[in-house]
Design a binder for this molecule. Sequence first.
Ligand code: SAM
Ligand code: ZN
Length: 266
Amino acid sequence: MELICPLCGQILRREEKQYRCQENHSFDIARQGYVNLLTVQQKHSLSPGDTREQVLSRRAFLEAGFYAPISEELNRAALEHGAQGEILDVGCGEGYYSARLAQAMGAPLTGLDISKEAVRCAAGKYKGPTWLCATAAHIPVREGSVGTLTSLFALTLPEEFRRVLRRDGLFFQVLAAEDHLLGLKSVLYDELTHKEKNTVPALPGFCLVESRPIRFSFTVEREQLYSLFAMTPHLFRVGKSGVQRLADTSQLQDTASCVLNVYRAT
Ligand SMILES: C[S@@+](CC[C@H](N)C(=O)[O-])C[C@H]1O[C@@H](n2cnc3c(N)ncnc32)[C@H](O)[C@@H]1O
Ligand SMILES: [Zn+2]
């Protein structure tokens, strides 16, 4: 996949320890194997994106296999729809889903996340792919160079996604449904508020090929319960009493409920 310079938009060439464009802007490849293409102007905080705690909690929870059915369904859908070409995973986190998808498809992978902690963690474990710290709002990838795009529990920016995807390229999106993790929410909050959610959004520049629900139940023991909590946005929303109730819970039965949408770039 051809990377472009986030400062001037020219093609980046890979050298031994860095990427460089014709204008001589250069970006070091970190010791852990990722490259930081996030410019100061693109950063809206000192450490944007998920924190180290969220990333490590997600790694622990996903590695324990709780969400393997989501990964398997994604891989199945990609093979069924004949997904091809280079994969770009936007908001890749610590890389669990896209590393498995790349293996299933036998395709090269580039993972992108605004969180340096996330790409550092991904690069530490998965050595083959290219890991970029960058923003989804300005994807440092040449237009039309992506065959398969994924955004899993992450943001969707249709215009930018359409720019990097080649015509007929596929976009796989996973969104949490309204009833996702209701068990965890009922421990954390005194009252559950009901929010309508559009889980099959119309995206300009794309046509919807298929939408499949993914729903399954699982049981989490005390040791993994905090990891589940800390990988969600509830980590920053919940009050003291909710955290205490979680600490008092020894086992939780819950249901993962999400939607896998497959779009084709038109
Ligand atoms: C809920 S996590 C999902 C991570 C991964 N896809 C998974 O399912 O395990 C959302 C991810 O999006 C990243 N993110 C948030 N804003 C972003 C942006 N503007 N550009 C790129 N990544 C972003 C966060 O740092 C975080 O890693
Ligand atoms: Zn440049």
